[in-house]
Design a protein around this ligand. Structure first.
Ligand SMILES: [Zn+2]
Length: 68
């Protein structure tokens, strides 16, 4: 349909814009989007896999546990 492509831009702007819900969608370690099937839950957060969890955990430990 050629007519579909020639929509006025003002109308395109009225597309539904849902407010961003406070939901974790990205991995804290690598910042990649998390998929429903493959995710790794630890300490109240989701990561893509164990590796990312370890990465994030170690980063936290470094901050809090400097004296070691
Ligand atoms: Zn990750």
């Amino acid at each position: 349909m050629a007519t579909e492509a020639t929509k006025p831009q003002a109308q395109a702007q009225t597309a539904e814009v849902k407010p961003v819900v406070e939901k974790q969608t990205n991995c804290p370690a690598c910042n990649k989007p998390l998929k429903k099937i493959k995710r790794y839950y630890r300490n109240g957060k989701f990561y893509c896999n164990k590796r990312c969890w370890i990465k994030a955990t170690k980063a936290n430990e470094k901050k809090e546990d400097n004296a070691k």
